[in-house]
Design a binder for this molecule. Structure first.
Ligand code: NAD
Ligand code: GDU
Length: 335
C-alpha cells in the first residue's frame, strides 16, 4: 500500500472501539491521527504513538484545520453517541451529535479532498427483524430506537454525498461490540455503564450486588434478548480490510459484522459464571424500552468480499473483558 494511503484519522479514537482501532492500526504500521471531544472517551485510552486533536466533529473549522495539517487518506468515523435506552429518552441529543457530526465531517472531507470514509454503523438500523433469521445486508432497515434511526440517516447521507463527490465509503454495521485487548491495557469504561458484558463483569468483581435482566418474555428460546457479540479486535481487523478494499478502488458498500451466533442475556450470565468462577447474581427486571428481541448477523458478505475472518468466540470475549476488569477495576479513573 502506498505510504500516503496509510494516513488514517480515527474520529472517536478515545472511545471503547476507537482505542482498540488505534492500537491495531499503529501495530500494523499505519500513521494515526485521533480526533475526539472526550465526551464519553478517555485521554488515557489513546495510544501515545498517535497524534491527538481534541475537538468536536460538529465544528467544521476544527475539522478543516485537522485536514489541512494532516495528509489524511481515510477517516474511520467512530465518534457518536450510541446508547439505545438514552436515545429513547433524549432523541434530539442523538440526532444533533450523530447526524450533524456526519454532515460536518462529510463537508470538510469534500472541501479538503479526503477520499475515503469507513463508517461505524450498527445492527440497530435493522430494528426488530421478523423471525429468527440471521440479518443480511438485504434485510429492510426499520429502526425502532432513535439511536438506530440516527445511524440509518447517517448511512443515507453518506451514500448520497458519495454519489455526488469523489468520496468512497464502507459502512460497517457492527452487532454487539465486546471484549478487550488481550494486553489488558485498554477496555470498556463508560459512565454510567449500560452495556451487558461490563455490567456482568462489575457484578462478578463485587462492584454491584446484582445485575438486572431486562425482560424475560421476549420471543426467544429462554425469553431474554438474543444478541450477536463480536470481539472488538475482530471489528478492528474488518476496518483495516475495508480500507484496503477502498484503496484497491472497489465500489462503496455496506457490510454486517457479527459472529453469526446468538447468545441470550441468560447465556451471557452463565458463560461469565464459568469464565470468572464467580456466582454473579442476576434478577429479573422489566423490559428496557427500544430493545429488539433478537439481532444476529449474517456476515457472509464481509467474509467473501473483504476476506474477513473473525477469530474470537464468546469465551474469549468474556475472558478478555474479565482480564481488563481484574487489571483495571476502576477503568481509566485510577489508571
Ligand atoms: N459498542 C457497540 O456495541 C457498538 C455497536 C455498533 C456500532 N457502534 C458504533 O461504534 C462507535 C464507537 O462506539 P463505542 O462503543 O466505542 O462508543 P464510545 O462512546 O466509547 O466512543 C465514542 C467516542 O466518540 C467521541 N465522540 C462522541 N461524539 C463526538 C463528537 N461530536 N466529536 C468528537 N468526538 C465525539 C467520544 O468522546 C468517544 O471517545 C459508535 O459510532 C457506535 O455507534 C458501537
Ligand atoms: O444491565 C443490563 C444491560 C443490558 N441488558 C440486556 O443485554 C442486551 C444487550 O444490551 P447492551 O446495552 O449491551 O447492548 P445493545 O444491544 O442495547 O446495543 C449495543 O449493540 C447495538 C448493536 O446490536 C448498538 O450498536 C449499540 O451501540 C450497542 O450499545 C439487551 O438485550 C439488554 O436489554 C440487560 O439485560 N441488563
Amino acid at each position: 500500500m502506498a505510504e500516503q494511503n496509510k494516513n488514517v484519522l480515527v474520529a472517536g479514537g478515545a472511545g471503547y472501539i476507537g482505542s482498540h482501532m488505534v492500537k491495531k492500526l499503529l501495530d500494523e504500521g499505519y500513521h494515526v491521527v485521533v480526533l475526539d471531544n472526550l465526551s464519553t472517551g478517555h485521554k488515557k485510552a489513546i495510544d501515545q504513538r498517535a497524534k491527538f486533536y481534541e475537538g468536536d466533529t460538529r465544528d467544521k473549522a476544527f475539522l478543516d484545520r485537522v485536514f489541512q495539517n494532516e495528509d489524511i487518506n481515510t477517516v474511520i468515523h467512530m465518534d457518536a453517541f450510541s446508547i439505545v435506552p438514552e436515545s429513547m429518552k433524549n432523541p434530539l441529543k442523538y440526532f444533533d451529535n450523530n447526524v450533524i457530526g456526519m454532515i460536518k465531517l462529510l463537508e470538510s472531507m469534500v472541501d479538503n479532498h479526503v477520499p475515503n470514509i469507513v463508517f461505524s454503523s450498527t445492527a440497530a438500523t435493522f430494528g426488530n427483524p421478523k423471525g429468527n433469521r440471521k440479518i443480511t445486508e438485504k434485510d429492510p432497515q426499520n429502526p425502532i430506537n432513535p439511536y438506530g434511526e440516527s445511524k440509518l440517516i447517517m448511512e443515507k447521507i453518506m451514500k448520497w454525498v458519495s454519489k455526488a463527490n469523489h468520496l468512497h465509503y464502507v459502512a460497517l454495521r457492527y452487532f454487539n461490540a465486546s471484549g478487550a485487548d488481550a494486553s489488558g491495557k485498554i477496555g470498556e469504561d463508560h459512565h454510567p455503564e449500560t452495556h451487558l458484558i461490563p455490567i456482568v463483569m462489575q457484578t462478578a468483581y463485587g462492584q454491584r450486588k446484582n445485575l438486572q435482566i431486562f425482560g424475560d418474555d421476549y420471543d426467544t428460546p429462554d425469553g431474554t434478548n438474543v444478541r450477536d457479540y463480536i470481539h472488538i479486535n475482530d471489528l478492528a481487523d474488518a476496518h483495516i480490510l475495508a480500507m484496503k478494499y477502498l484503496n484497491e478502488g472497489h465500489k462503496s458498500d455496506s457490510f454486517n459484522l457479527g459472529s453469526s451466533k446468538g447468545f441470550s442475556v441468560k447465556q451471557i450470565v452463565d458463560t461469565s459464571r464459568d469464565v470468572t468462577g464467580k456466582p454473579i447474581q442476576a434478577n429479573d427486571a422489566p423490559r428496557r424500552p427500544g430493545d429488539p428481541d433478537t439481532l444476529v448477523a449474517d456476515s457472509t458478505k464481509a467474509k467473501k468480499v473483504l476476506h474477513w475472518k473473525p477469530k474470537y468466540g464468546i469465551h474469549d470475549i468474556v475472558k478478555t473483558a474479565w482480564n481488563w476488569k481484574e487489571k483495571h477495576p476502576e477503568g481509566y479513573q485510577k489508571y
